[in-house]
Ligand binder design. Structure first.
Ligand SMILES: Nc1ncnc2c1ncn2[C@@H]1O[C@H](COP(=O)(O)OP(=O)(O)OP(=O)(O)O)[C@@H](O)[C@H]1O
Length: 357
């Protein structure tokens, strides 16, 4: 038994077969990531009890929602479900919408109070408005608050940003980020947007055709080189960094476990935690410390693994810079010419660093 969420499901739908066995942590955001039709929504629905997977097992800590002997109905599972489109009651104010879920929970069993949840999602100023006067992003924040006020022990989110345009997505992301820092309940978050997953997830499950091909902490999972080809194209790692200072020439310095990176000047305060993503295609390798290169980020690295990709003529190289894993995608020819092999010390040149804020 674990303290987190245990999910074992098998479903045969003819052309589609789901077969997963997941052990997700009790805190933080676990992202289910995969292409369309890989089974993300089906898993979420089965966790909620909206889908019956005979012979399956679903348990949150010691609370078993499904096993061979029982199937707890959806309304008796302490969970919140946030969909792509916020389904708020149009004739009720935001406050009344929020109260709807809250009042169904006995006062002594309430886990969250209205004010802190409204503050967490930045909707204090919207409480007397009607949903039809809100933007898509605001509606979604209200929907998340409503789900939380029903005192769930688990929050399920199915592509909550998919229906929003880029600006609204940017507006809502900081609030979602706060959820995993401040909530002591697990969140299972379905997405097929790599940047969203890289920014929000703590734990990552990669789904391919109904199977979980990887499941583990985000940074370790993204750094794997043994994933199916479908994931190799977009390969890249996430680094947890701290803004350490500003340079004189409009650059800022980010420190991570085992090194530092320079990026364009940031406005955040020194000490701010920043997540960044480094695509494998933006990392090149050199045997000696590069001279005469315009790339400012040149870091000593050790090769830990080399794997083929499905892009003809390319390989994926797994490196360690200090304690942090990084991936580089280079041509098979360069690999041959440089004699790249595990254990080798070399230099990684990082052409691009995407700040996930
Ligand atoms: N009720 C159903 N009956 C039969 N097949 C279904 C049913 N619901 C879903 N499927 C099939 O199961 C597979 C997985 O669907 P699912 O919606 O879980 O994928 P997904 O990863 O969430 O996709 P998307 O990102 O497009 O939402 C698909 O092939 C889908 O057609």
């Amino acid at each position: 038994m674990t303290d987190g969420l245990r999910v074992r499901l098998r479903l045969d739908r003819g052309a589609f077969q789901l077969d997963v066995d997941l052990d997700l942590p009790q805190r933080g955001i676990s992202a289910l990531f995969g292409h369309s039709g890989s089974g993300k929504t089906t898993i979420l629905r089965a966790i909620a009890g909206l889908e019956r997977a005979p012979g399956g097992y679903v348990a949150l800590g010691s609370e078993v929602w499904q096993d061979d002997a029982r199937f707890v109905p959806v309304h008796a599972r302490a969970l919140g479900y946030v969909f792509q489109e916020a389904s708020l009651f149009p004739h009720l104010s935001v406050r009344a919408n929020l109260d709807f879920g809250r009042k169904r929970v006995p006062a002594q069993a309430r886990r969250f109070a209205l004010e802190p949840v409204a503050a967490l999602l930045g909707i204090e100023g919207l409480l007397d408005r009607r949903p039809d006067g809100l933007s898509g992003g605001e509606r979604q924040r209200v929907a998340i608050a409503r789900a939380l006020l029903a005192s769930p022990r688990l929050l399920l989110m199915d592509e909550p940003l998919a229906a929003l345009d880029l600006r609204r997505k940017q507006e809502i992301l900081p609030y979602l980020e706060r959820l995993h820092e401040e909530l002591a309940i697990p969140i299972v978050y379905v997405s097929h947007a790599p940047d969203e997953v890289a920014r929000l997830a703590d734990h990552l499950v990669l789904l391919d055709d109904g199977k979980a091909v990887a499941s583990g902490p985000l940074t370790d999972t993204l750094a794997r080189v043994d994933l199916p080809p479908a994931f190799a194209d977009d390969a890249g790692v996430v680094l947890e960094t701290t803004l350490a200072g500003h340079e004189e020439d409009a650059l800022s310095r980010l420190e991570f476990a085992g090194g530092a990176l320079l990026v364009g000047r940031r406005r955040e305060a020194v000490g701010t935690h920043l997540r960044c993503r480094i695509h494998a295609r933006d990392v090149s390798l050199a045997l000696e410390r590069p001279h005469g290169s315009s790339i400012v980020n040149r870091l000593p690295a050790v090769v830990t693994a080399v794997a083929a990709t499905d892009t003809p003529g390319h390989v994926l190289v797994q490196l360690r810079i200090g304690e942090s894993p990084v991936l580089a995608r280079i041509t098979a020819r360069s690999r041959r010419e440089l004699g790249i092999a595990p254990g080798q010390q070399l230099w990684a040149q990082i052409k691009g660093v995407a700040l996930l804020t």
